[in-house]
Design a protein around this ligand. Structure first.
Ligand code: A2P
Length: 220
């Protein structure tokens, strides 16, 4: 019915509790700052941005990326019902039952590309029940990746980049990981930094950041 269609959100997802969103943003800023000061990163800076460099050859990555509103991990993008499978997803029992429920998201890594900066979310078995089975295949139909490989929190996008890009970038990391590429750059105290071809960087955390988050729909 029209009423049902009207009730479909822009997307479903887990929304971080405010305090934990601030904490994650702080960790993200620290990650970008550390990255921007690294010699190996600076050597390939032109692959990352054409922005003006500082006197030390560094770039302000915090300015390169703009934040995108309230921090969340999208499960299903519905586009108010226009997206494939939106209605079926909204009607699933597990989706209806989970509305308003709080869960703890496990953040296992931060990543940055010229397009996006984000946090990788390692979903639990229970959280995976809310994950659309085709989320990965939709972007990478020819690569066999574990369910949930696309799960992330967008922390920022470069100018002109669409929100959907962060998950696409994370799947590219996952594909490269599966192929066994990626070079260890160095230990950074809170984790180990890897580079995947000079313009893709990932900090794998030695301890997950835990972020309580509430499952809900976002109506814009
Ligand atoms: P993300 O989950 O990476 O942050 P927008 O602001 O562009 O309308 O997007 C709203 C939210 O839905 C954002 O969180 C965005 O990306 C996500 N999103 C946008 N388009 C898609 C899509 N085609 N598939 C999955 N998620 C999407």
């Amino acid at each position: 019915s029209a009423l049902e269609a009207a009730a479909l959100p822009l997307f479903f997802g887990w929304f971080l509790a405010h305090k934990h969103a601030l904490e994650l943003e702080k960790r993200s800023r620290e990650f970008l700052k550390t990255l921007s000061q690294l010699d190996q990163f600076k050597q390939h800076i032109s692959q990352f941005t054409s922005e003006e460099l500082g006197s030390q050859g560094e770039v302000d990555l915090e300015k390169h990326f703009q934040s995108r509103g309230v921090l969340h991990c999208t499960t299903k993008f519905c586009d108010f019902g226009k997206a494939d499978g939106a209605k079926a997803y909204a009607e699933k029992e597990v989706v209806r039952e989970s509305m308003g429920c709080v869960t703890v998201l496990q953040i296992s890594a931060f990543f940055a590309t010229p397009r996006t900066v984000g946090a990788r979310v390692a979903l639990t078995e229970e959280q995976l029940r809310l994950w659309p089975p085709d989320a990965e295949k939709e972007v990478m139909p020819d690569v066999d990746l574990p369910l949930g490989s696309r799960a992330h929190v967008t922390l920022g996008c470069a100018e002109g980049v669409e929100g959907v890009q962060t998950g696409i970038d994370l799947l590219e990391f996952a594909k490269l990981e599966k192929e066994g590429s990626g070079d260890k750059v160095q230990d950074l105290g809170d984790g180990t930094l890897y580079s995947y071809g000079n313009d893709m960087w990932m900090l794998r955390l030695s301890r997950n950041v835990e972020a309580p988050a509430m499952f809900s729909g976002f109506y814009g």
